[in-house]
Design a protein around this ligand. Structure first.
Ligand SMILES: [Zn+2]
Length: 292
């Protein structure tokens, strides 16, 4: 399997993006992996601290390793939104390919200090591991929110991005460019979508030359996503859309089979629901959308 760094370089050169999907059980993991195999594109499986606690850090690593042994596109594993050095070290030691060190809620100088400390510690343990740093506020919680956070105030500027990249030594940057984690209830009822500040993405890319990750991209306008990839976004995180597909899939499956008690029968359609959502995103990110 190619390295994650190589996969990022290839996506960057081709002006495509790699999909990053959060998992918290076997159903979502299989849905993500089956979609990547169907579309024949690399994929990144992510797990936040809460998702890792639920699944088990070594257990998730073992599952992904065993899936890699089967023929198919590369599957990478990311320790998403890690808020402490011990948590980052645990993921690195367990075999994750990538760690998102998220100290973005701290003042800028403290974010720089703790991110730099994490980069040094993780690279000393595993020189091949990639480390992401995050600046700006993109909200928290892959959930349904009643109201939008005021993110306009904390969008990342090209100058602070450059300073952050130079001072921390990170491999990838998560800037705040218009998305937020979770979706608004209003988005579920209407056609309202998240919108991106594409000129800002382009300016940050030009100023830093960094691989950039777009967090909180569920329910973002499709045309904005295509423009963001062209402007320099290399990885796109989707979580809430999967959670919605999982929940709706379970509700539909249980409603259709009220007497069924076998998990394989009940949960196979849920894997398909997650796979369908992931597949549509992978097609968009890789530029392989069906022409209509
Ligand atoms: Zn995120």
């Amino acid at each position: 399997m190619i390295s994650l760094l190589k996969a990022l370089q290839q996506a960057d050169a081709r002006k495509t993006a790699i999909g990053h999907f959060n998992v918290s059980d076997l159903v979502t993991l299989y849905g993500v992996v089956e979609a990547a195999r169907q579309h024949e594109v690399p994929v990144i499986v992510g797990a936040s601290e809460a998702e890792r606690r639920f699944l088990g850090v070594p257990q998730l690593v073992a599952m992904v390793r065993s899936l890699r042994e089967t023929e198919g596109p590369p599957i990478f594993l990311n320790a998403d939104h890690t808020h402490s050095l011990p948590g980052a070290v645990e993921a690195a030691k367990a075999g994750f390919d990538w760690v998102v060190c998220d100290f973005s809620s701290l003042p800028f100088e403290e974010n720089v200090r703790q991110t730099k400390e994490a980069v040094l510690a993780l690279k000393a343990l595993r020189p091949d591991i990639l480390v992401e740093g995050e600046i700006g506020d993109i909200g928290s919680g892959s959930q349904i929110h009643e109201s939008a956070p005021d993110i306009r105030r904390t969008l990342t500027t090209p100058d602070e991005a450059r300073q952050f990249v130079e001072e921390t030594g990170i491999d990838t940057l998560a800037p705040a460019v218009g998305t937020m984690h979770g979706v608004l209830r209003s988005m579920l009822k209407t056609d309202a979508k998240k919108r991106l500040d594409v000129p800002r993405i382009q300016a940050i890319k030009q100023r830093t030359g960094m691989f950039m990750t777009l967090h909180g991209a569920s329910d973002t306008d499709d045309a904005d996503l295509r423009a963001a990839i062209a402007a320099g976004i290399t990885v796109i995180h989707i979580s809430t859309e999967l959670r919605l597909a999982w929940r709706h899939g379970i509700e539909t499956s249980f409603a259709k089979q009220p007497e069924e008690i076998g998990p394989p029968t009940l949960l196979t359609p849920v894997i398909d629901a997650v796979k369908c959502t992931v597949g549509a995103r992978l097609a968009l990110f890789s530029g392989h959308e069906a022409q209509h």
